[in-house]
Design a protein around this ligand. Structure first.
Ligand code: PEP
Ligand code: MN
Length: 365
């Protein structure tokens, strides 16, 4: 059930309604929107009597939510959620198309810094890079773990890029939430319900990737798990699904973007790197993703892709990222959206960046 407050309802009235919800043993999720605040109610396996709220001050109406997901639904919140980050003007879900770029994995300090310098110069606001890698084989590179997270934190301080990195279990999430700005939950963990609940209890935004065979409803229910624990800053990511097609690693399902936007207020970005698995297809599919209305892109880029420890075949050369950004910038403009100009993040802190990049390695090199 969902309680829609009047446009001019006071904070006090919203609080009183929330308290009534909680006193009945349920959980109240207050979602301020552009026009009015709505309060989602969860924890109710049984029906709630709408009569207990109808007459309360400030209440406009009480609505039964028709979908199995409640908090992710546009029924609860009409306007798209804009995810913000402390001490940064980067956003996901606003007018700016968010560009996240970086290597599949943090391999060495030198490799990560060399990539970050190019990512910042290209105009991206977010740096991606795994410190914990969910690999198909236990014998391949598993990531640098906390040493990798420390390198990522240094990259944030040096280049002003927001850090997105994956947590693969509850233990790594403890560390990732300490160092990163945004916690990635990977495709293989989309239905790891205990990890989703744990991610719901962190204060950092979560980037939730679609499982390789997940339906739209399963994907939204996974986001609902995170939100039901009180973390409302969730960004969805389409990264391709398994099909019989063998010309690409996965089949990038761009039709998911408008399908999500119709049903949910959560922002949705696209990963054309894992979505295609092939370097030569990443830029065309990035153009298409922005054209279809995605709120952002997450792109793998590496200074020496042929020697990458993971996903080299789908990683762009840094100059290809420059080209990609120039192209999607034009497409975004047609749609009344915006991609940050080259050098936007790096210019602000360039002198410090130069000094840091020149420093010899402290952690892994
Ligand atoms: C990744 O982003 O490097 C990754 C492992 O992604 P996915 O979970 O989509 O496979
Ligand atoms: Mn990868």
């Amino acid at each position: 059930m969902l309680i829609v407050m009047k446009a001019h309802a006071t904070e006090e009235q919203v609080r009183t309604v929330c308290e009534r919800v909680e006193s009945l043993g349920f959980r109240a999720h207050s979602m301020p929107g552009a026009q009015r605040t709505a309060i989602g109610i969860t924890g109710n396996e049984m029906e709630i009597d709408p009569g207990s709220f109808d007459e309360m001050e400030g209440v406009q109406e009480v609505i039964r939510v028709s979908k199995p997901y409640k908090l992710v639904s546009r029924e609860l919140k009409e306007d798209t959620t804009v995810v913000r980050f402390p001490n940064s003007d980067a956003t996901v879900g606003g007018r700016e198309v968010a560009i996240m770029a970086g290597p599949c994995a943090v391999e060495t300090r030198q490799q990560a810094f060399a990539t970050a310098e190019r990512v910042a110069a290209a105009g991206a606001r977010f740096f991606r890079g795994g410190a914990y890698k969910p690999r198909t084989s236990p014998y391949t590179f598993q990531g640098l773990a906390e040493d990798g997270l420390k390198i990522l934190a240094e990259i944030r301080d040096t280049f002003g890029l927001m850090i997105v990195t994956e947590a693969i279990d509850n233990e790594s999430l403890e560390l990732v939430e300490k160092y990163a700005d945004m916690i990635q939950i990977g495709a293989r963990n989309m239905q790891n319900f205990s990890l989703l609940k744990r991610a719901g209890r962190t204060r950092k935004p979560v980037l939730l990737k679609r499982g390789m065979s997940a339906t739209l409803e399963e994907f939204l229910m996974a986001a609902e798990y995170i939100m039901s624990e009180g973390n409302y800053n969730v960004v969805l990511c389409e990264r391709g699904v398994r099909t019989f097609a063998d010309h690409t690693r996965n089949t990038l399902d761009l039709s998911l973007v408008p399908a999500v936007q119709r049903l949910s207020h959560l922002p949705i970005i696209v990963d054309p790197s894992h979505g295609t698995g092939k370097r030569n297809k990443v830029t065309p599919l990035s153009r298409a993703a922005v054209a279809v209305g995605a709120d952002g892109l997450i792109i793998e880029v590496h200074p020496d892709p042929d020697r990458a420890l993971s996903d080299g075949k789908q990683s762009l050369f840094p100059e290809q990222l420059d080209q990609l950004m120039a192209e999607v910038r034009q497409i975004a403009n047609v749609l009344g959206r915006h991609v940050a100009a080259p050098g936007a993040a790096s210019e602000r802190i360039a002198p410090q960046a130069m000094a840091q990049a020149a420093r010899p390695s402290a952690a892994a090199n």
